[in-house]
Design a binder for this molecule. Structure first.
Ligand code: GDP
Ligand code: IMO
Ligand code: MG
Length: 438
């Protein structure tokens, strides 16, 4: 039995906190794409954990796996594991031998490319973690994988080729100085040490086989998506996207299990009650001015990874309908209902005005999306409440206006609401159905 958790908008919908809550009843949590561009927050009482690579189940002591579809920066991974150990949590993390490795030069090239594209407004506003260039090397069949780190001779051979290629791109294409980030010897030393630690701590596995075997023996598995559907490289607002498929189809490919496992389980779309966006590109429902500042402050809308203030906007139904189709949601979770409390009427883009017509889903290109004007409907807002009390008393205890808002969303995406976030912590969640029990 599996549950796949997917961001249905532009990332930061609160996926990590839902994985944390659901994994109470799970055995394994698998990340299937992305890398340390993700920032997943788990709040338990006064303790806050921000996880970039370690799957969110680690806080509950569940096994975490980074699947083949992930790109892994070993330094971030070990820093994160060590940081958790210092806080008294000893995460058990396995890494697929097929996952690709991020090197220091990937980060350099990531930033060089962003600067080069800025003038044409084609930059994505990346997290600068080297995600794109690492996936480029994967697709270019010159990438280095976790399994390669375990064979030092082979690793050196592959590294020499890759560094030569990447140095040339940095100097000849971008006119950049090639510094220590491209120093084969230094990288080799550092990464051989990571390889040794991976070996010593028995972290490298054949993830697809491991997960499939566990599921066959009755294990409950959560597949934890990173980013969101509008950041998906195929289904998002290209080129202002990340370099992997964050949608549910990739949960199979990125972890090495059959699509039947994903399809036979639940696919839960995580929805933020409004929009937030850290990167570039059009945003038809974008809010500006004092109201936007207020919303940003109330929602703490600053990037988990970069600290950048997030852009904010009203809920965008064409975007959500698109996400529902691409992912096949069997249920949704709506987070951040508390953030909108006391802010007056709530607007929702029901459709777009596009070249004289009203359309209900996304146009095929980002340039066309940029032409779309939101057509709004308005819902009466709801007041501040004692959210913990509501969380204890269930969905019916939520203000009727908030229920109407959420019921509308659920109807439009044709999926039941299975939980509602009314605050960042575990106890501020209205759970309508127990995970794995519906
Ligand atoms: P993720 O990347 O999807 O895991 O989301 P992030 O952790 O990057 O961003 C979500 C932010 O909103 C975090 O600071 C969470 O603690 C917080 N959060 C999640 N759900 C809720 C909610 O229902 N209400 C409020 N106020 N904050 C929430
Ligand atoms: P989580 O998992 C929000 C955005 C970046 C940029 C684009 C490409 O926490 O929801 P990248 O560094 O991946 O090459 O950047 O994608 N982005 C995210 N935005 N949440 C994330 O992850 C993101 N990961 C990447 O801002 O626009
Ligand atoms: Mg995040």
């Amino acid at each position: 039995m599996s549950i796949t958790i997917v961001g249905s908008q532009l990332g930061d919908e609160g996926k990590g906190r839902i994985v944390d809550i659901f994994c109470d009843e799970a055995d394994i949590v698998v990340r299937y794409q992305g890398g340390d561009n993700a920032g997943h927050t788990v709040v338990i009482g006064d303790e806050k954990y921000q996880l970039s690579l370690v799957p969110s189940g680690a806080i509950s002591g569940k096994i975490g796996i980074l699947g083949n579809g992930c790109v892994v920066n070993p330094k971030t991974l070990f820093d994160e594991i060590d940081g958790l150990r210092k806080r008294g949590i000893d995460p058990k993390v396995y890494v697929s031998q097929r996952a690709h490795i991020i090197f220091p030069f990937h980060k350099i090239v990531d930033n060089l490319e962003e600067v080069a594209k800025k003038e044409m407004k084609l930059d994505a506003g990346t997290t600068g973690r080297g995600i794109g260039p690492t996936y480029e090397d994967k697709a270019g069949r010159r990438g280095i994988r976790v399994g390669d780190l375990l064979d030092e001779e082979l690793f050196l051979e592959k590294l020499e080729y890759l560094v030569q290629k990447r140095s040339k791109i940095a100097s000849d294409v971008f006119g950049s100085v090639v510094d220590e980030a491209f120093d084969v010897e230094a990288i080799y030393r550092e990464y051989c040490a990571y390889g040794k630690r991976i070996k010593n701590e028995d972290m490298a596995i054949v993830a697809g086989e491991f997960i499939t075997k566990e599921i066959k023996s009755g294990a409950k598995v959560i597949f934890e998506g990173a980013q969101g559907t509008s950041l998906d490289i195929d289904h998002g607002i290209y080129p202002h996207v990340t370099s992997s498929n964050s949608s549910s189809g990739y949960a199979a490919t990125g972890s090495g299990v059959s699509p039947r496992i994903i399809g036979n389980g639940e696919i839960i779309g995580i929805v933020k009650a409004y929009l937030s966006r850290v990167g570039t590109g059009p945003l038809p429902t974008e809010l500006e001015g004092e109201f936007a500042d207020d919303l940003r402050e109330r929602g703490g809308e600053y990037g988990t990874v970069t600290g950048r203030p997030r852009r904010v906007g009203w809920l965008d139904m064409p975007m959500l309908r698109h996400a529902a189709r691409v992912n096949g949601f069997t249920g949704i979770v709506i987070n951040h209902i508390d953030v909108l409390a006391g802010m007056g009427d709530i607007k929702v883009a029901e459709s777009y005005e596009f070249r004289g017509e009203s359309i209900r889903t996304l146009p095929p290109t980002t340039e066309l999306w940029g032409e779309c004007q939101a057509e709004y409907i308005t819902f009466p807002g709801w007041p501040e409440c004692d959210w913990r009390d509501i969380a204890e008393n269930g969905y019916e205890a939520l203000p009727k206006t908030a229920q109407d808002y959420m019921d509308y969303v659920a109807k439009e995406v044709d999926a039941d609401i299975i939980a509602v976030g009314v605050g960042p912590s575990r106890s501020e969640t209205v759970l309508r159905r127990r995970p794995f029990n519906w």
